[in-house]
Structure formats: structure tokens, C-alpha cells
Design a protein around this ligand. Structure first.
Ligand code: ADP
Ligand code: MG
Length: 466
């Protein structure tokens, strides 16, 4: 759902350029206490399939194989930069061709191996019980039926059917045929099978309805969130625009007066203070302008990998030595149309947050890839637009966020950091910049495991420098 009205060139003006967060004056803050609940947030809640309720941050562990990252693993150059360890991996061309965005940041409603395993396990437990306790020998039917029901309600048609088939086979061959009149036993098995199948089918229908409902609710939440940010953005951007003009005058005049004063004039320090304070205020106003999508963009056709390579030098000292910077570049990456200065702000803000989330050190991975946003993905992400995109993934192994924090991270002035450490404008700026570029952000996080920001920017066909 690209916001066509707010694309490049549609600004109110203001020579602004977002300053790195933290440079603005400390201001009003809301400081919620952190809770340790690990759940999904704003833009990327998973479908509420029972299997997906354990909310994890795919891609945060190296073993899950979710993000197509080094999967592909043709490790190439490994370069180091001052300050921290940097490794650069380049994908093979085949691997970096367009990928579906669904895998890393979307749960999906299909049954997994875990569900099939659960089906086998529940039937095995029922079988074990009947073998272990002779009294239960009389009740194999009800035990297996229970196993099938549990599997069915655990979710998914496939595993339910598997449990039904297994139970029926075991019933027939181990309980009915040896002990009873084969005809009667067979009838019994058929009856159990029909019961179980009915339960599985009803549950599957119910599950589908539940998923659809959960998806609808999630989309509504996302839309509400986007509308809220849109509204605050307009307000903040409008106010910031006017303030920018006032501050330009205040700072300009202060500088003029300073020039006309004698070096030893005793008013000098007062005027200097006015100048410096107006400068701080402008830093903050610039960030609000970015959040309100009121920046004047100077878009260029860019190769995001070139931007990433440039950023490496800046980010390494920013994150410090304790954090390893891993860069996974996509080869044959599509071009984007973006303002490099604004993109720099995005990198700086995300990296600064990652650094703050990993005080004991960790890994910051920056990855680029071509992705094709399809309608299935767009259905799950209210702000996504269908089509070819370049995805920038910034992933840390830090403290992560709980659900409450995740829903508010893009709000201006929302910070969980101490006074002087956070302004709460970093992600608001990132959000505004990405929206102004026609992109969207998906967020995934788990307390104690880390955070992934996936930024989707529309791919353009034009040649570099066009
Ligand atoms: N990578 C991250 N890991 C954990 N929490 C994060 C991360 N990025 C942002 N946050 C949370 O989002 C809040 C808002 O971030 P931001 O807008 O950059 O403001 P600030 O960094 O000034 O607090 C942070 O205070 C923090 O709670
Ligand atoms: Mg920040």
C-alpha cells in the first residue's frame, strides 16, 4: 500500500536533513517499564496458527535457515575495518535473484515437521498406554480417538489425517484383528476412523476461520498503527516546518550579531548560547521533519550494496569493537531510487540502536537481497506494496523487545533509554524516511534473542546515474 501522495518531491520544504539521533536536545519522554513478554509487534505479527504462537524471531539463530543469508554462503572477501570486525559475504548470483519475502518475516499457516511429529507422538503415547496398562487394553478405541482429537486441535489438517491413519492401522492390526471377530473389529475401526476424520475436518475448518480472523485483526492493527503514525507525522512535520523557519532566523541573527561583536564583549557568551541552543533545536526539528516525511529529498539511482560498503567505514567505529559487523551482499542487486544522505541516517539510527541493545557485544548483520513482494505477503503487511523490491535487513543479537515496545518503537519520543541516552526520534526518523521513499519496514524481535528490521525499497529499472 504505497502512499503515492507522499513520494519523492512532495514536501513542504525545509533544508532539513535528519541529524543522527542523540544530537537533539533531550525532551519529553515516555519511559515504559520493560516486560519480558516475547511477542510480535507492529508490522509483522505471525498468523495465529497454534504452531506459530510460540513467537520466535526467525533468522536470529544461525541454525534456523530462515533468512536466505549465508545459506548460500559463498563466503567471499573478509575485510576488517577499524573498530570492529567486519566480514563481507557475497551471494552467488543464483541465490540473489528475487526471493519471496515470506520466509524470513512471515509465519505461515502450513503444518511443519513439528506438527507431524506431534501427530506420531500422540498416537504412540496412546499405544504405549494401552500396552502398559492391561486395564486400558479394553479402551484402545477411546485412547486413539483422544490422540486424534488432540492432534486435530493442535492444528492442521495434514497431521490430523496422519494421526487418524496411524490410529486406524494400529487399532485394526494390533487390537481388533487378533482378539475379535475380524468383521466386528473392522467395523469398530471404520467407526473410529469416521469419527476421527470428522473431528479433524471440523477442526481444520475452524482453524481456517480462526486464521482468517486473526489475519484480519492483525491487518486492522497495522492499519491503525500506520494511520496513527501518519497523523502524528503530519502534525509533527507541520509544526517542525514552521519551527525550522523560526530557528533559521534565530540562528542566523545570532550569528550576525556575533560577527559584529568585539571578541571581548560580555554579551558574546549569551549570544553563543543562543546560537548553540538553536542548533540543537534544529537537529531535533530535522528529525521531526524526517518523521513527518517533509524532508527535501535528493534522490539518486543507487546500488544499495555500494551504500552499504560506504557505510561500513562509518558504522564500525559507531558500534565499537565488541560487536561484529557482518555484511551479506546480494550480487546483481536491483537499483533503488533514494537519497543517499537519508539512507545514511537510516543506517546510523539502526546501528546505534543495535549497539545499545548489545552492551555486552554481539553480531550486527546487514544484508541486502532482491525480493518480490507478492500479494500473499501484502495481505499480511498493510503497508507493503506488491512488486520488485530491494530488501535491507539489519539484524542484531541483542536484548530484543517485547510486544508492547514493538508497537510503539516508531512513535516519536518513545524511548526506553535513560535520559541523555535516547531521544526516541531514531526509529521515527527511519520510518518517515522509508515511507517517503515508498518503502515499508517489517520488524521482528524476541526478548533476549535479538531484533530484525527488514526494510523494503521499491526496485527501479533505471540505470545508475540516470
Ligand atoms: N535493535 C533494537 N533492539 C532492542 N530495542 C530496540 C532496538 N531498536 C529500537 N529499540 C527500542 O525502540 C526504542 C525507540 O528507538 P529509537 O526511536 O531509536 O529511540 P532511542 O534510541 O532514542 O530510544 C528504543 O528506546 C528501544 O527500546
Ligand atoms: Mg535510537
Amino acid at each position: 500500500m504505497r502512499d503515492q501522495g507522499e513520494t519523492v518531491g512532495d514536501q513542504l520544504g525545509g533544508p532539513a536533513q535528519a541529524a543522527p539521533e542523540g544530537s537533539g536536545a533531550a525532551s519529553r519522554r515516555r519511559r515504559p517499564r520493560r516486560s519480558r513478554r516475547a511477542t510480535q509487534g507492529l508490522s509483522d505479527a505471525k498468523p495465529a496458527a497454534s504452531s506459530q504462537l510460540t513467537l520466535e524471531a526467525p533468522g536470529l539463530s544461525s541454525a534456523d535457515g530462515h533468512l536466505e543469508r549465508p545459506a548460500i554462503g559463498t563466503a567471499a572477501a573478509s575485510s576488517s575495518a577499524p573498530g570492529s570486525e567486519v566480514s563481507v559475504t557475497t551471494r552467488s548470483p543464483a541465490a540473489s535473484s528475487a526471493q519471496s519475502p515470506n520466509s524470513p518475516l512471515l509465519g505461515d499457516a502450513r503444518p511443519t515437521l513439528r506438527h507431524y511429529g506431534f501427530a506420531v507422538l500422540s498416537v504412540a503415547v496412546a499405544w504405549g498406554l494401552t500396552l502398559a496398562a492391561p486395564a486400558l487394553h479394553q479402551l484402545p478405541t477411546s485412547l486413539f480417538f483422544a490422540a486424534v482429537m488432540v492432534t486435530a486441535f493442535y492444528g492442521h489438517l495434514g497431521p490430523g489425517l496422519l494421526a487418524t491413519a496411524l490410529s486406524s492401522l494400529i487399532l485394526e492390526y494390533f487390537f481388533m484383528s487378533p482378539f475379535k471377530n475380524p468383521a466386528t473389529g473392522f467395523e469398530e475401526t471404520v467407526r473410529v476412523t469416521v469419527f476421527a476424520l470428522t473431528a479433524v475436518l471440523i477442526n481444520s475448518l475452524h482453524e481456517r476461520r480462526r486464521l482468517a480472523e486473526a489475519q484480519r485483526r492483525r491487518l486492522q492493527d497495522q492499519l491503525r498503527q500506520a494511520q496513527k503514525l501518519e497523523a502524528i507525522g503530519r502534525l509533527a512535520g507541520g509544526v517542525a516546518h514552521d519551527f525550522n523557519n523560526f530557528l533559521t532566523i534565530i540562528q542566523g541573527r545570532a550569528q550576525l550579531v556575533l560577527r559584529s561583536l568585539e571578541p571581548r564583549d560580555k554579551s558574546r557568551s549569551d549570544i553563543e548560547l543562543i546560537d548553540i541552543t538553536a542548533g540543537h533545536a534544529r537537529d531535533m526539528v530535522d528529525q521531526l521533519l524526517a518523521f513527518g516525511r517533509n524532508q527535501v529529498l535528493q534522490p539518486k539511482i543507487l546500488d544499495l550494496d555500494v551504500v552499504v560498503a560506504d557505510m561500513k567505514k562509518i558504522l564500525s567505529p559507531l558500534i565499537g569493537e565488541a560487536i561484529m559487523l557482518v555484511i551479506v551482499q546480494g550480487t546483481a542487486l536491483g537499483r533503488i531510487k533514494a537519497d543517499p544522505t537519508q539512507l545514511k541516517q537510516v543506517f546510523m539510527n539502526l546501528a546505534a540502536n543495535a549497539r545499545d541493545a548489545m552492551p555486552q557485544g554481539g553480531r550486527l548483520t546487514i544484508e541486502t537481497a532482491n525480493v518480490e513482494v507478492d500479494s500473499a505477503y501484502a495481505r499480511q503487511h498493510a503497508e507493503a506494496s506488491v512488486g520488485p523490491h530491494v530488501r535491507l535487513t539489519v539484524r542484531d543479537t541483542g536484548a530484543g523487545m517485547d510486544a508492547g515496545t514493538m508497537t510503539r518503537v516508531f512513535d516519536p519520543f518513545f524511548t526506553t533509554k535513560d535520559v541523555g541516552k535516547g531521544t526516541g526520534l531514531g526509529l521515527a526518523t527511519v520510518y518517515g524516511i522509508i515511507k517517503q521513499h515508498g518503502g515499508h519496514i517489517a520488524l521482528e524481535s524476541a526478548v533476549g534473542r535479538g531484533t530484525t528490521f527488514a526494510i523494503y525499497l521499491p526496485r527501479v529499472d533505471e540505470r545508475e546515474g540516470a
